[in-house]
Design a protein around this ligand. Structure first.
Ligand SMILES: NC(=O)C1=CN([C@@H]2O[C@H](COP(=O)(O)OP(=O)(O)OC[C@H]3O[C@@H](n4cnc5c(N)ncnc54)[C@H](O)[C@@H]3O)[C@@H](O)[C@H]2O)C=CC1
Ligand SMILES: O=C(O)C(=O)Cc1ccc(O)cc1
Length: 363
C-alpha cells in the first residue's frame, strides 16, 4: 500500500512526530489542528503543509488520515472527516482503543475504512515543539482492526507504522486496553504518586535527589488534562492494576513497621517483593539490548563562555552534519558543560573525528 498523501489532524507531540517521520520518507503531509498556532509551528518545523479543505489549491483526498487528538475527541473527528471524505482510510493514535471505537460505532462512522492504532512511544512534553522524527523508531505500535475493517485499511496503517520505523503489534481493542493498563497507564499513576510526595519534600531532600527518583518520576511531568482523558477512557483495567500495586505497597509498609519494631522475620516479605520486582523488570523486552538505536548522541565538552555553542554548531555545519537535537548538561560547580548532540547514527563517527581535529574535547 503506497501512502503518497497523509492528513494529520492534531499537530501536537504525536501528530507532528508522525508528520516529521513521514516527511523524511518523502510522503506529502497535510496538517490540521483546531489551534492555528499548533499547525503554524508544526509547519515551521518542516512537518508538512497546512490542510485547507475549503480554499487554496485543491489537495484531493488523502490516502490516510491520522487522528492525533485526545481520546475523547477521536470519534467526533473521525465522523467529521468521513463526512467530507477527507481520506480513503483512517487511523488514530489514542492511548486507549475500546472506547473510541465503541463511540465511533455509536455515532455511525464507517468502521470499514478505520483501523485504530496506538504507538507505545511518547514523551512527558506536549505540543509540536516536543515532536521528534525518530520518536517511534524500534517502538511497539499497536493496531486494532475490527472484524469489519477493510484489509486495505489495515495495510495502510501497517505501511504508516513501517514508514515511522515502529514495530507493528496486532491486538484486539479490549486486550490492548488491559495490556496498556499494566505497561503504561498504571505505571503513570504510580510515577505521579511518587512525584506527589516531592511536592512537600524539604529542600534538603530535593537537594539530594539523584538519578533514581528522576527515572521513576519522569513521566509524572506529563499534561494532566491529557492523562485524565486517558485514565477515564481505561478506568476499570487501570483501577485493577493499581489495586494490586496498592496491595504490594501496603504489605511493604506493614513489613517495614514490623521490622522497625524489632520483628526480624519481616525482612522475608520485603525480600520477596524486591525479588518479584527484579523478575518483572527482567521481563521487559529489549531491556538488555535496548530498542533500535534512534539518533546517536555525540557528547562534547564546552567551556561555560559566550559563543561556545555557536562555534560548535558552526563546526557541525562545516562538516555537513545535521544536528537533530541538542541537550546541555552543566557540571555543578565547574566552568564546564556537556553538549549532547543528536545526529543520524551514520554521521556520529564523522562528526566525532572532525570535532577532535578542530580541537574539541569529545570524550
Ligand atoms: N503524549 C504521549 O506520550 C502519547 C500520546 N498518545 C495519544 O496521542 C494523542 C495526542 O496526544 P499528544 O500529541 O501527546 O497531545 P498534544 O496535546 O501534544 O496534542 C494534541 C493536539 O490535538 C489538538 N486537538 C485537540 N482536540 C482537537 C480536535 N477536536 N480537532 C483537532 N485538533 C484537536 C490540540 O490542539 C493539540 O494540538 C492522544 O490521543 C494521546 O492519548 C499516544 C502515544 C503517546
Ligand atoms: O514518555 C514516555 O516514555 C512514554 O512512554 C509516554 C507514553 C504516554 C502515553 C502513551 O500512550 C504511550 C507512551
Amino acid at each position: 500500500m503506497d501512502l503518497r498523501t497523509v492528513l494529520v489532524v492534531g499537530t501536537g507531540l504525536i501528530g507532528t512526530s508522525t508528520a516529521l517521520a513521514l516527511r523524511k520518507r518523502g510522503v506529502r503531509v497535510l496538517l490540521a489542528d483546531r489551534d492555528p498556532g499548533a499547525v503554524r509551528l508544526a509547519r515551521e518545523l518542516g512537518a508538512g503543509e497546512e490542510w485547507r479543505p475549503d480554499g487554496g489549491e485543491p489537495v484531493g483526498r488523502a490516502d490516510l488520515a491520522i487522528i492525533a487528538v485526545p481520546p475523547a475527541h477521536v470519534a467526533t473527528e473521525l465522523l467529521e472527516l468521513q463526512r467530507i471524505d477527507a481520506a480513503r482510510f483512517y487511523t488514530d493514535v489514542a492511548s486507549v482503543k475500546a472506547e473510541p471505537i465503541h463511540r465511533a460505532a455509536q455515532l455511525g462512522c464507517d468502521l470499514s475504512s478505520y483501523v485504530a492504532s496506538h504507538p507505545l512511544a511518547g514523551r512527558e512534553k506536549s505540543g509540536p515543539g516536543a515532536a521528534r522524527a525518530d520518536l517511534f523508531l524500534g517502538r511497539p505500535w499497536a493496531l486494532c482492526p475490527t472484524e469489519v475493517a477493510d484489509p486495505e485499511a489495515r495495510a495502510a496503517v501497517l505501511r504508516l507504522i513501517e514508514l515511522c520505523g515502529g514495530n507493528a503489534v496486532e491486538v484486539n481493542a479490549t486486550d490492548h486496553d488491559r495490556a496498556v493498563a499494566v505497561v503504561s497507564h498504571a505505571p503513570h499513576v504510580a510515577a505521579v504518586a511518587v512525584a506527589a510526595r516531592l511536592a512537600d519534600a524539604t529542600d534538603v531532600a530535593l537537594g539530594l535527589a539523584g538519578q533514581g527518583v528522576r527515572d521513576v518520576t519522569r513521566i509524572a511531568g506529563s499534561d494532566p488534562g491529557l492523562w485524565l482523558g486517558i485514565l477515564s477512557g481505561n478506568a476499570s483495567p487501570v483501577a485493577e492494576v493499581l489495586e494490586a500495586v496498592a496491595g504490594d505497597l501496603a504489605d511493604a509498609a506493614n513489613a517495614l513497621r514490623a521490622l522497625a519494631e524489632g520483628d526480624g522475620t519481616a525482612t522475608n516479605e520485603i525480600v520477596q517483593l524486591l525479588k518479584r520486582g527484579v523478575a518483572g523488570h527482567d521481563r521487559i523486552p529489549g531491556k538488555h539490548g535496548g530498542p533500535a538505536p534512534a539518533y546517536a548522541v555525540v557528547q562534547v565538552v564546552i567551556g561555560d563562555r559566550p559563543g561556545q555553542l555557536a562555534r560548535l554548531f558552526q563546526a557541525c555545519d562545516e562538516v555537513g552534519v545535521n544536528v537533530e537535537d541538542v541537550r546541555l548538561e552543566h557540571a555543578p560547580g565547574l566552568p564546564l558543560g556537556i553538549a549532547e548532540l543528536s545526529v543520524e547514527p551514520d554521521a556520529a563517527v564523522t562528526l566525532t573525528r572532525a570535532l577532535h581535529e578542530r580541537g574539541w574535547q569529545v570524550p
